[in-house]
Design a protein around this ligand. Structure first.
Ligand SMILES: [Cu+2]
Length: 117
């Protein structure tokens, strides 16, 4: 394929993908997060309001291994989610109680923080 065809194809794919993404994120405060082995999750600090629907979309650029293989938010997202390269992780929740929630691995090692005010 030549360069021009690739650009046209990419534009067509983006047009198809956009409405689905917008629909899914509707009504939720959405954060897009990258995971890499070198930096873990970035960004890693978030502030939201109690009673507001939150959506964290994590894009694993690498596959996490060992202790940090999974991600969870004790008190909000209790089920550990595996970080596998190319497999987007979506966490949706509505925090009810203000406070500071740790974003952790499945064993509780902190990798980020979510402030609910
Ligand atoms: Cu761990």
């Amino acid at each position: 394929m030549d360069r021009k065809r690739i650009i046209i194809l990419a534009a067509a794919l983006m047009t198809l993908a956009a409405p689905a993404t917008m629909f899914a994120a509707e009504g939720a405060k959405t954060f897009s997060i990258n995971y890499t082995k070198s930096k873990d999750i970035a960004p890693s600090s978030f502030t939201v309001n109690a009673g507001e629907k939150v959506r964290l979309e994590i894009n694993p650029i690498d596959t996490a291994s060992g202790c940090m293989s999974d991600i969870m938010i004790p008190g909000l997202v209790e089920k550990p989610q595996p970080l596998v390269k190319g497999k987007k992780v979506v966490m949706e929740f509505t925090p009810q109680k203000p406070g500071t929630y740790k974003i952790t691995c499945a064993m509780g090692v902190q990798r980020g923080v979510l402030h609910v005010r």
